[in-house]
Structures are given as C-alpha cells and as structure tokens.
Design a protein around this ligand. Structure first.
Ligand code: MLC
Ligand code: AMP
Length: 505
C-alpha cells in the first residue's frame, strides 16, 4: 500500500456503483461518484501548490462535497483540519495561524473574514457553500476524475483536530494515518459492520465522532450512510426504518425517548445504537432498552486517542460503564500522586496506549510531554476505575471541562473573556446539570469594588469572540469566589450552589 489510509478506506472501493451517501432528497452518491469528486478536488489542491504534509483548514457545512474534501486531502497527502461551523472569526483566526494552514476552505455565505486572514498568512482560500457550490467545486469540475495517490506512511499525519485546553489555548492533536486506520478497522470489526449496513448519520463531521468513528467505520466496511445535514429529531425518526445503525451523543437518545413516535416497531430494523462523547446516564440506557428492546452500546474516546474502549457487541453491555479496552489498546488506572498502577476497583486517572493514540500536540512539545508519557501512555484527564470483569467506569474528570451536548467546553477560555470585561474583577465558569445537553454553562462573576457589571454588555462581548455553544446560559454576580487553603477556586462548591439555576426543560 502506498497510502494506507487512502488505499484501505477509499481506494478499496474504486469503481463500485454501490451507494455511499443517501441524501435527504432521495438521491444517492455512489462510491465511484464520491471517489471521482475526491480525486478532482485532490487535483485542485495540487494545482494550488499544496504539498504533502501541508495543512488545509475547512470550516464548511456538512455536505457530500465537504466529505469529498476529506478524501481529497488523504489522497493528496494533505493534513485535514476540520473546524466547527460555530467558531467565530476570532477563533478561526487562531486555528489558521496556529496550524499554518496553506489553504482555507470556507462558506462564503457565513464567513467573510477568511480572504483577509488568508492574505495575511500567505495562504490560499477557496469557497464551498452549503449547497455544494463555490470556487472549490467550480475548479474541481473541470479536473480529471482520477488522481495519482500520494505515497504516505502510517506515521505521516492525516489530520489535525483542535481541542481546547485548560490554559484556554486550543491544542492541535496530530493524528496519523495509522491512528485513524487502526481505529476504523478495529471498530468496524468489533461492531460487526458489513457492506449491508446503513448508518443514520446526524452528527457534525468536524469532530472525531462524526468523521473518524461514523464515517471511517462506514468506509472500512464499504457500507452506506443516510447523510443528514444536521440533527433533526423528526427526520431521524422518519428515516430510522431505512437504517441499521445509529451513532450519537447521549442527547440524541434522550431526545428520541421524548419523541412520541419512537417505539420498538420503529427501531425493529436497527441492529445497533452506539453512544459516546459524553456520559450516557444509566437511566437513559434502561429506558431505551425498555422502550425498544435495544441495549445502547456505549464506548469511550477522545480527540487525541480516537476510541479506547467499547461495550461488547455480543456480550454484556453494562449501563454506566464504557466497556472493555479495544483490541490492541491498553488501559490502566494510575494514582494521581505516585503514578503507580492501581488494582481493579481503585479509582485513579485513566491512561491509554495503543496504535490509536495521537502523535502529540502541534508545535507544543511541552504540552505533549506533560500528557503523553515517554512509554506511550496518554494521560486522558479522566478519572475512573476498572472493575473485576475488566469494564471501565468513568467517574469524574481531573481536568476543568464541561461537556454540553457532546461538545467540549473549557471554562478557562470563557473566563478569560469574562475577566477582560469592564467592572469584572474575576470569574469562574462551571457546568451544571442539564436535562437535554447533560451539562450547561454558568458564568459566576465577582465585580470590581464599587462596580456593577453590565451583564448584557458582557454577553455581547462573549458572543463576539466565542462560538455559541460555549456561551453561558446565565451569568450570576457573587460577592466572592469560594477558595480552598491553596487559594484555588472551589468549583465543586459553586456547582452545588448553582445546580438548580437552570430550570429543567
Ligand atoms: C447547539 N447549541 C448548543 C449545543 N448545540 N448549546 C450548547 N451545547 C450544545 N451541544 C445551541 C445553538 O448554538 C443554539 O443556540 C441552540 O443551542 C439550538 O441550536 P440547534 O442547532 O438547533 O441545536 P441542535 O441541532 O438541537 O444541537 C444539539 C446537538 C448538537 C446535541 C444535536 O449539539 C450536536 O450535534 N452535538 C454533537 C457534538 C459532537 O459531535 N461531539 C463529538 C465530539 S468528538 P441559540 O442561542 O441560537 O438558541 C468526542 C470524542 C468522542 O467527544 O468520544 O466521540
Ligand atoms: P474530546 O476532547 O471532545 O474528544 O472529548 C473527550 C472527552 O469526552 C473524554 O476525555 C471524556 O471526558 C468524554 N467522553 C467521551 N466518551 C465518553 C463516555 N462514553 N462517557 C463519558 N465521557 C466520555
């Protein structure tokens, strides 16, 4: 194989007229059609001067063309950097600068700042709009439908995915061809995917879950996907009889349970429901099983590691656990202070090692050294235990992180914005329970002496700099923040105090 990821996931389907994407309007994109478009786009990248190893940043809507751009990058040896469509210009600028992207593909209808950012950086920019139009597809259309695949090795980078950090500065996780390929092939096998499968795809394609788990597993099996542009509960319910597998964040499942038409008849053609990216409540698992007869299969992963563990396909799927280590993946629990490996039943930090674990953080050797040990174990920042039967339980986090509807939100990033506002002395951002999203964001503010901060003005500043899903649902002003003897803010005290500040919906 000259390009392991391309050859196995994409090239293996060359010439096949079987469906890859089933679109909402009933039309179908075949494997051959998809690969032809990907090859045309690879020519556009090469004509644009992109060399193997160069980064291409894409902030585009979920379309077949956006997915073909991923295929094009892999085939041309270009490192794919997908970006959340909710990111603001400020956020986008950081990612483009930090990654040194050589080409930026963006939606001309929603983002106007890219050409000037690209100019400043000496990068090229192309447009790809939500209807598939744009300069990228215009140029691609006149290109040959085959492209000489660029040689890559397993260790070469395939993707750069940004994940926020506790310092408020996002880090680019470097994922190699081998990281992505090994995980896709393992999961397709573990979850018994075949070419007959039809995956109901309602996740975004700029994160690990929708791109590398859902899409790569489908490709590894030569299966097809019902490719929805976004999550839409009624459509999900309406299309379920045509599907065999659903992958979603826990919010998908709580919302499905709230839908009056969702019952066992509707789910009778389905063979598998997978949940991940955030904790699935045992109660949701139980209600789902009662309603449909299906036990949701929960798995555990991260941007840096792809998937680490999964409940078994054939064995016991245990609610409240994330299952067993995947083949080839080692999971251990270590003491936070001594770093010694702990026995079954003891709670500590979760560390993982395997072919799935990333190569480090882009241009951040100190951060890489702090989280990725020399022996290959990655310190996940999650806390948990392994029980007597080998199942992993996630019991908390040793990192200040909020997960809202499957999106990670690092409080520090929001605190930095709040702290910079007039009248604000300091702030603490916390996650409180939310029925629909699992957790949601609250900003707790301490005013400068004698000042009354203007909360509307503060929210305007937040909106200008941070993606919508990170916005606090409420701001509250308190006289001071609770601190421990080390002067560290006790967020657990704040979480307890404000846990009911957001009404249950
Ligand atoms: C949308 N909004 C959110 C939100 N999603 N706010 C907080 N948290 C979220 N997750 C906001 C919007 O900005 C909007 O704000 C309002 O809620 C309604 O927007 P919407 O677009 O109608 O929301 P909806 O489509 O219902 O989205 C909810 C969702 C979506 C759960 C379907 O968030 C989603 O697709 N989440 C999946 C995220 C994901 O893929 N995570 C995987 C990461 S990879 P307003 O103000 O306009 O009302 C990873 C590794 C692993 O973690 O293990 O998988
Ligand atoms: P991300 O950085 O977006 O990839 O998110 C990774 C984090 O999501 C992990 O470190 C966990 O904290 C969390 N996560 C992923 N899957 C699960 C799960 N099944 N249960 C609990 N937490 C999860």
């Amino acid at each position: 194989m000259i390009n392991p990821l391309y050859d196995r996931l994409f090239g293996a389907h060359a010439g096949k007229d079987s469906p890859f994407l089933r679109l909402e309007d009933g039309s179908v994109v075949t494997y051959a059609g998809f690969l032809g478009l990907g090859a045309q786009m690879a020519h556009v990248l090469a004509h644009g001067g992109l060399q193997p190893g160069d980064r291409l940043a894409a902030q585009v809507q979920k379309t077949p063309e956006a997915l073909a751009l991923y295929a094009a990058c892999v085939q041309a040896g270009v490192v794919f950097l997908p970006l959340n469509t909710a990111y603001t210009t400020d956020e986008l600028t950081y990612f483009i600068q930090d990654s040194g992207a050589r080409m930026i593909v963006y939606d001309a209808k929603s983002e106007q700042a890219v050409p000037s950012i690209a100019n400043r950086m000496g990068a090229r920019s192309e447009t790809l709009n939500a209807d598939g139009s744009g300069t990228l597809t215009d140029c691609a259309r006149v290109m040959p439908r085959s492209f000489p695949t660029v040689a890559r090795s397993s260790d070469d980078l395939a993707a750069l995915l940004y994940t926020s950090g506790t310092t408020g500065r996002s880090k680019g996780a470097m994922l190699s061809q081998g990281n992505l390929l090994s995980n896709a092939v393992t999961l397709a096998g573990e979850w018994r995917f075949t070419s007959e499968d039809v995956l109901l795809h309602a996740l975004p394609i700029f994160h690990t879950h929708g791109l590398f788990v859902a899409t790569n597993v489908t490709l590894a099996a030569g299966a097809s996907m019902i490719f929805l542009p976004r999550f839409d509960l009624d459509r999900l319910v309406g299309l379920m009889p045509q599907a065999t597998v659903l992958m979603g964040v826990p919010t998908f499942y709580t919302r499905l349970l709230d839908h009056p038409d969702f019952d066992c008849r509707l789910a009778s053609g389905m063979r598998l429901f997978v949940s991940g990216s955030a904790p699935l409540m045992a109660e949701t698992h139980a209600r789902f099983a009662e309603r449909t007869g299906h036990r949701i299969l929960e798995r555990y992963g991260m941007t840096e590691t792809n998937m680490n563990t999964s409940n078994p396909y054939a064995g016991d799927r245990r609610a409240g656990t994330v299952g067993l280590p995947l083949p080839g993946v080692e999971v251990k629990i270590t003491d936070l202070d001594t770093e010694a490996t702990l026995p079954a039943g003891k709670v500590g930090q979760i560390e993982v090692r395997g072919p799935n674990v990333f190569k480090g953080y882009w241009r951040m050797p100190e951060k890489t050294a702090a989280e990725l040990r020399a022996d290959g174990f990655f310190i996940t920042g999650d806390l948990g235990k392994i029980d007597e039967d080998g199942y992993l339980h996630i019991l908390g986090r040793n990192k200040d992180l909020i997960i809202s509807g499957g999106y990670n939100i690092y409080p520090k990033e929001i605190e930095l914005v709040l702290d910079a506002q007039p009248g604000v002395l300091e702030s603490a951002v916390i996650g409180v329970p939310h029925r629909d999203l699992g957790e949601t964001v609250i900003g707790v503010i301490v005013a400068e002496p004698g000042q009354l901060p203007d909360l509307d003005r503060i929210m305007t500043a937040v909106r200008a700099s941070l993606a919508r899903f990170k916005h606090p649902k409420r701001l509250v002003v308190v006289p001071d923040l609770p601190r421990n003897a080390m002067a560290k803010v006790q967020k657990n005290v704040l979480r307890e105090e404000f846990k009911e500040v957001i009404p249950a919906v």
